[in-house]
Design a protein around this ligand. Structure first.
Ligand code: FE2
Length: 470
């Protein structure tokens, strides 16, 4: 048991906890009466088994939650679980808490570590704290708690203890409340209040940007600080100083970054927590494939770029390019279910092994639909499902023919085959660019859609000219 050192991977959560701590630290030591106040301690459990998946964590979390409810019905109040950790806020004295969590640890042997942070005493009625729900994460719980403090407690406590509450905060450049990063996008949470988040967002060039209306009362502003964005299929351009606003409604619009873009993003519908969760899930999914197949991560990035260029040559609308980009990045996600021995086999697969390998299209669709249950992912799942169909009907899994195959899947199939050929695989040596292009050409009208092949040849040339990493 570790009670002093903060493990690195819970740093963010602890930083968040500190921001709460900063808000209420003046109360500590002034109110010793634990009966009338609410004592919080941050406990973070870490799991030994990094292979354990999210649903297992969720399951363990739920078990622990039931255990807590059974054993201390009036005591523990807030509970948070994230991908690789569980954070519990528990009342009571230090010794009581240690005893209680030892009990929990004994019950669940795969919890290896316990981290005890500062005790924080909050004057808050237990009935005012909501129980967590599935999908709640640390930020959401924290903001619920802080909201309660803002509304009911802060002013009252500030006057009672004659405390100067911080009405004016100074945020130094580079200091953010939170941030989340992936290759194409970085989000920095600059400030937040009850129903307001102010985010700085960086997006790389040549990316689709989807902006939707949303729920009643929704208001969002995207103010371009730097860079260029196109819309209306490239006919109109937005520059620094221009902005996009979105209110409640069903409309959605698709934009494309022409250069690297920095946005100031203000939203009345706090998304940071959910966006962070979604991006982390995506990264986790992609890392899963990278663990088994070293090439795949870069392969996915190249595919995204080549798919976009090909789709643009064919005049596809931005919405479809957006879906294609997602599908390209995650097209082989189903391979997480294929045994690593098969993926890394340095020889041709047997008939039986191929049968398993081919299942990755079906598994990919399932994984996407299981993880992202919104309608936006239905199309993406379908593209992934069809990415090994062949124009002449000899592909899998459904044996679709010609235009029965989604255009996005027909594009992905050419781009995927090309990229696979020019990079060495466990079972085959890399071909030269010229040999790979000749191979694609020879399959025009057979394996590949002729229109896509024509567009791909132009796109590939542009890709080379732009000096990408092929
Ligand atoms: Fe595939």
């Amino acid at each position: 048991m570790n009670t002093n050192n903060s493990p690195k991977n819970i740093e963010t959560s602890i930083n968040n906890m500190y921001s709460l701590y900063e808000k209420v630290k003046h109360i500590i030591n002034k109110n010793k009466n634990e009966e009338s106040s609410f004592s919080l301690t941050l406990f973070s459990f870490e799991f030994d088994d990094i292979e354990t998946n999210y649903s297992t964590y969720l399951d363990i979390s739920k078990k622990i939650l039931s255990f807590i409810i059974e054993n201390k019905p009036k005591k523990v109040s807030l509970f948070n679980f994230e991908k690789d950790k569980i954070i519990i806020f528990a009342p009571g004295s230090g010794t009581e808490r240690q005893k209680f969590f030892k009990k929990v640890l004994n019950k669940y042997t795969n919890i290896s570590d316990i981290f005890v942070d500062k005790n924080i005493v909050l004057k808050i009625k237990k009935s005012e704290v909501e129980w967590p729900r599935d999908g709640d994460n640390f930020d959401q719980l924290l903001s619920k708690l802080v909201d309660k403090l803002d509304e009911n407690n802060c002013n009252h406590l500030a006057s009672k203890f004659n405390i100067n509450s911080n009405n004016i905060m100074i945020n130094k450049s580079g200091e953010y409340l939170n941030n989340v990063k992936k290759t194409s996008t970085q989000l920095y949470l600059i400030a937040k209040n009850n129903n307001l988040e102010i985010i700085k967002q960086n997006i790389i060039a040549e990316k689709s940007l989807q902006i939707r209306g949303g729920k009643p009362g929704n208001f969002e502003l995207f103010y371009i600080l730097d860079g260029k964005i196109s819309y209306a299929e490239g006919e109109k351009i937005l520059n620094a100083g221009d902005s996009i606003t979105a209110r409640c409604g069903k409309e959605e619009k698709y934009f494309k970054t022409l250069t690297e873009v920095t946005l100031l993003y203000i939203t009345s519908n706090p998304i940071f927590a959910s966006e962070q969760k979604r991006i982390n899930e995506l990264l986790a999914l992609n890392n899963k494939i990278a663990e088994t197949d070293h090439e795949t991560n870069q392969h996915c990035n190249r595919l995204q770029k080549l798919s976009r260029l090909t789709a643009e040559e064919m005049g596809l609308e931005e919405k479809r390019i957006f879906n294609l980009g997602f599908a390209s990045f995650l097209h082989d996600i189903g391979k997480v279910k294929v045994p690593a021995t098969l993926l890394q086999k340095p020889a041709k697969l047997t008939k039986e092994e191929w049968k398993i390998m081919k299942k990755h299209t079906e598994w990919g669709k399932e994984i996407i639909l299981d993880n992202f249950s919104t309608e936006y992912f239905d199309k993406i799942a379908e593209i992934i499902y069809q990415h090994h169909e062949r124009y002449n009907g000899e592909g899998y899994p459904q044996g679709l023919k010609g235009n029965q195959i989604l255009i996005e899947a027909r594009i992905l199939s050419v781009v995927d085959a090309y990229d696979a050929m020019i990079y060495e695989r466990p079972y085959q040596k890399a071909l030269t660019r010229e040999a790979a292009l000749a191979e694609i050409k020879s399959e025009k009208g057979k394996q590949f859609c002729p229109d896509v092949v024509d567009a791909f040849f132009k796109a590939e040339k542009i890709y080379q000219q732009r000096n990408h990493d092929i």
